[in-house]
Design a protein around this ligand. Sequence first.
Ligand code: FNR
Length: 355
Amino acid sequence: MDQIVNVDEFQELAKQALPKMYFDFYNGGAEDQHTLKENVEAFRRIIFRPRVLVDVSKIDMSTKILGFPIMIAPTAMHKLAHPEGEIATAKAAAASNTIMIVSFMSTCTIEEVASSCNAVRFLQIYVYKKRDVTAQIVRRAEKAGFKAIVLTVDVPKLGRREADIKNKMISPQLKNFEGLVSTEVRPNEGSGVEAFAASTFDASLSWKDIEWLRSITKLPILVKGLLTREDALKAVEAGVDGIVVSNHGARQLDYSPATITVLEEVVHVVRGRIPVLLDGGVRRGTDVFKALALGAQAVLIGRPIVYGLAAKGEDGVKKVIEMLKNEFEITMALSGCPTIDDITRNHVRTEKERL
Ligand code: FNR
């Protein structure tokens, strides 16, 4: 473990550890995978305007709203990565004081995850054609002490992930819904995940359904998966409690913009009324800093967490979070920012602003 010095190195270890079908599922994006590359590259085009001779002998990475600016993104089916599945991830989250957003496509039940440790958990949801199924799970999450619901809005249909089609990626083994949906899924025809989504997800979902979600839960509701100022305004009008700027890790609409390039337009119209979070391509502590400088309250980490889990289980996830934390701390110090509030727009220069 001592030999691993950055999160990208876990990608190679995960590749060695996993059957090809599963690695491709975790690793891949939609179609040409243009957005997949861009999510990472766009961060690299942002450079720093560091300030010096500031007292950085103490660095405070805590934030007012979420406690800490790095969170675990919801990713599906952790038992494909490691036998302990979401429980291992949750334990690592608890040990690192990091909020975990548990995927609706979890391979451990929400009660199993809840009773395994005291991690702060949010539940990500999809709205199923059978709305009762979604409502039931939301109620169970409330009971199990989940703190918020994250409604993913960018999957009316599943994006075309060509590796999954070729590999005939298995249909999901979802513990939360056992017996409810498994018979609707066609096995062995292209991507089983795509078949599952097509038969199960409600593609008629629209803004008015936020009201329905409000009617079934008292928990805060975040909307995950928007990329424009127009939709950010709709989300604020709909009364949600937070936004996650996301293109689903480039797994849905290829040629969507890299998330970091549209963060500011969203932040600009939200005007501080609700928190704005971001995910997609965060691989370094410097990326966390860049997202915060451009107005995000926190970032979510997707693939690196799954790679850590696949390579080394709970310890791998802990290590991924620890490395990002350390890098972020160093970035704050070298930029002259002892606290999160000290990070400003002036600490970064985007491509548009290059001379
Ligand atoms: C995801 N993502 C996702 N999102 C969601 O809302 N529900 C889900 O079940 C999943 N499942 C999932 C599986 C895998 C393997 C990946 C890679 C991603 C998207 C995820 O929450 C997040 O938006 C991206 O992963 C962020 O991009 P990075 O960090 O992977 O670049």
